[in-house]
Design a protein around this ligand. Structure first.
Ligand SMILES: O=C(CO)[C@H](O)[C@H](O)COP(=O)(O)O
Length: 284
């Protein structure tokens, strides 16, 4: 299973809150994108924190210097994750990790424009980095790049840190990135550019959560399978035909009663709302 993160990349304060209200029930993490936090400042974080207590909030600071000093106020104001650039000085990265640890939160190291992604990942994991961000930026996407090869490289290192992937991810590529090892799937344009952002967010989350739901469902079916096999064996030993094992509940052996109703396979991810929404403008 992977978590989903929606990148709020508008510059407009009220439009950001309105879009967050549509998508918050359908994603795990709300991201305040870099242009958005630069334009609106920490007050936007405080407003989102108050309105959406059930979502984690990532502030995409992309810090390049003064790591602890820059990140601390955001953790204090309710950020769950702040980002720091992987190209920054190692002391800057350590500062953001230290600030995160002070508040029991997480630091994400963004590998955008890092040349040796393997070396930097191993270096920051030693410092205690919580999340490694594999990221193809908007300008790099415009030049035709994708994050898929880098994701394979970083998740293949199996460092124990979570791996986040961002850069043009959409519903059609969500399963691919989850299968490639992403713990957090980030989508911006695929959601804010959709005719129905809530429906798009729900679709991506359903796919990202899907593999775990399927495996949990499989585990919960196990007692039923054991009960059925046991029933067939019991009836075989008693000289009855196996198909009699499918007798009405009242006649079924006690083994069929071991599975409480609540252990039925997990419910599907929440359905998309029918609320239509205007497309958000692309990030500046
Ligand atoms: O951090 C970002 C740009 O620097 C974006 O928020 C991130 O790339 C996700 O947006 P999209 O899915 O549109 O690529």
């Amino acid at each position: 299973m992977a978590q989903t993160q929606m990148a709020l990349d508008s510059l407009d304060f009220d439009a950001t809150i309105a879009l967050a209200a549509k998508v918050a029930p359908h994603v795990d993490i709300l991201e305040i994108g870099t242009p958005c936090i630069k334009h609106n400042g920490i007050e936007l974080l405080k407003a989102l924190r108050a309105k959406f207590p059930n979502n984690k909030i990532l502030v995409d600071l992309k810090t390049m210097d003064a790591g602890f000093y820059e990140a601390e106020p955001f953790y204090k104001a309710g950020a769950d994750i702040c980002t720091v650039l992987g190209t920054a000085d190692i002391g800057t990265i350590k500062g953001v990790i230290d600030a995160a640890n002070k508040y029991g939160k997480e630091a994400q190291i963004d590998l955008i424009n890092v040349n040796d992604k393997k070396a930097r990942t191993l270096e920051v994991v030693k410092l205690g980095a919580h999340i490694i961000g594999v990221h193809t930026g908007l300008d790099q996407q415009a030049a035709g790049q994708t994050p898929f090869a880098d994701l394979g490289l970083v998740s293949g290192l199996k460092t124990g840190a979570k791996v986040s992937v961002a850069g043009g991810v959409k519903a059609a590529t969500t399963k691919q990135v989850v299968d490639a090892g992403a713990d957090i799937v980030v989508a911006g344009a695929a959601i804010y550019g959709a005719a129905d952002p809530a429906a798009s967010a729900a679709e991506i989350t359903k796919i990202a959560h899907g593999s775990a739901a399927a495996s949990k469902g499989g585990n919960k079916l196990l007692p039923w399978i054991i009960a059925a096999v046991a029933a067939v064996l019991v009836f075989s030993l008693l000289g009855k035909k196996p198909e009699e094992a499918a007798a009405p509940a009242a006649e079924a052996p006690a083994a069929t009663e071991v599975v409480p109703a609540e252990d039925a396979p997990a419910a599907e991810a929440p359905a998309a709302t029918e609320e239509a929404a205007p497309a958000e403008p692309a990030a500046q």
